[in-house]
Design a protein around this ligand. Structure first.
Ligand SMILES: COc1ccc(NC(=O)[C@H](C)Nc2nc3c(cnn3-c3ccccc3C)c(=O)[nH]2)cc1
Length: 326
């Protein structure tokens, strides 16, 4: 993929900052150029002495590091990063966090699902896979994603941090490990409750408070497809259910436990999305909105439209069932 001599128009650079950005219009090579543009427009090239040619090699190694699975693929990596990029401007993160924290957030988003196999932690643990053995059932996937990220950075030609002072690199590494490990949904309630506890007396100079804000921003960026326009979000749920159904089919064949929200014989898109929006997304967004009111208009409102859309879809399905009974 040749990225040199390709320019991004000012109009696209502005559009790239919006949560309404539609990934389905762009191919993978264009997304790589947009990720490069994010590092340029955030001023990372100068701030962290990143060479453009190394950035391009790093992005290509990242691209190769994602698998062709239905949901957790390079397009998902792009969407999570683009949401984080949008939040950076919407919440004006460079003023409340340090430059290094914004670098950690964007880089963690890009790396957060590297080499995802399309089978979640429950499968890894139940099937006693190599990853479960290597990480002793402790967030096997997230540990793997983070380890792969630093394997890539060990390659000098692709190490975007190679010009950083050692102390700065160590801070970036510590921050990325926290941010990537925070995307394990098994830790959802712990992280959300810890975050809610600091809201009343938030202090952005407090290291612990900044860590919690960064972990919540990772979680919001990771699972917020439903905050996007329906024509962008809906295909993502189809991809997710395809991946989940593939896993549960394999679990049934292998005699392993099957999670109800993954079982093609039990799940319908509207019912699972209504539950997910009401019990996972809205409480998460409400907590972030307490600290950053702009979340109300740009994330909570679109998600309420999605809830309305799926509720109508579920009612229509129930309606048809009623008619058939009659
Ligand atoms: C607390 O742990 C949980 C909670 C909920 C879910 N997932 C669901 O309830 C269902 C399948 N829906 C769902 N799950 C979603 C979405 C976005 N990311 N995401 C997802 C994907 C992989 C792993 C975990 C999650 C939450 C989404 O829009 N909907 C998965 C794990």
């Amino acid at each position: 993929i040749k990225m040199t001599h390709v320019q991004v128009t000012d109009e696209v650079r502005q559009y790239l900052r919006k949560p309404t950005f539609d990934n389905w219009q762009w191919d993978d090579s264009e997304m790589l150029i947009l990720l490069r543009q994010m590092y340029i427009d955030l001023g990372f090239i100068a701030k962290f002495n990143i060479e453009i040619s190394v950035l391009e090699q790093w992005l290509f190694e990242i691209y190769r590091g994602y698998n062709q699975v239905p949901f957790h693929n390079f397009k998902h990596c792009f969407m999570v990063t683009q949401m984080m990029y949008g939040l950076t401007w919407l919440l004006d993160l460079p003023t409340i966090l340090d430059d290094i924290d914004v670098l950690i957030l964007i880089t963690s988003a890009i790396c957060h699902d590297l080499d995802h196999p399309g089978y979640n932690n429950a499968y890894q643990i139940n099937a006693r896979t190599e990853l479960a053995m290597r990480y002793n059932d402790i967030s096997p996937l997230e540990n793997h994603h983070c380890s792969k990220a630093f394997e890539i950075l060990e390659k000098n030609h692709a190490n975007i941090f190679r010009n950083l002072p050692l102390e700065t690199f160590k801070k970036v590494r510590e921050g990325m490990i926290k941010c990537v490990l925070a995307t394990d949904m098994a830790k959802h309630s712990d992280i959300l409750n810890s975050f809610k506890a600091i809201i009343p007396n938030k202090d952005f100079t407090n290291k612990e408070h900044k860590s919690l804000v960064m972990m919540i921003l990772m979680k919001v960026s990771d699972i917020s497809n439903e905050a996007r326009p329906m024509e962008v979000a809906e295909p993502w749920i189809d991809c997710l259910l395809q991946e989940f159904f593939n896993q549960s089919d394999v679990e049934k064949l292998e005699g392993l436990p099957v999670a109800p929200f993954m079982d093609r014989d039990k799940v319908t898109k509207p019912s699972s999305q209504i539950g997910f929006i009401r019990f996972v997304l809205l409480p998460l967004f409400a907590a972030l909105a307490e600290m950053f009111p702009a979340i109300e208009e740009h994330l909570i409102r679109p998600v309420n439209w999605a809830l309305d859309y799926y509720t109508k879809m579920a009612d229509a399905i129930d309606g048809q069932k009623m008619e058939r009974k009659e």
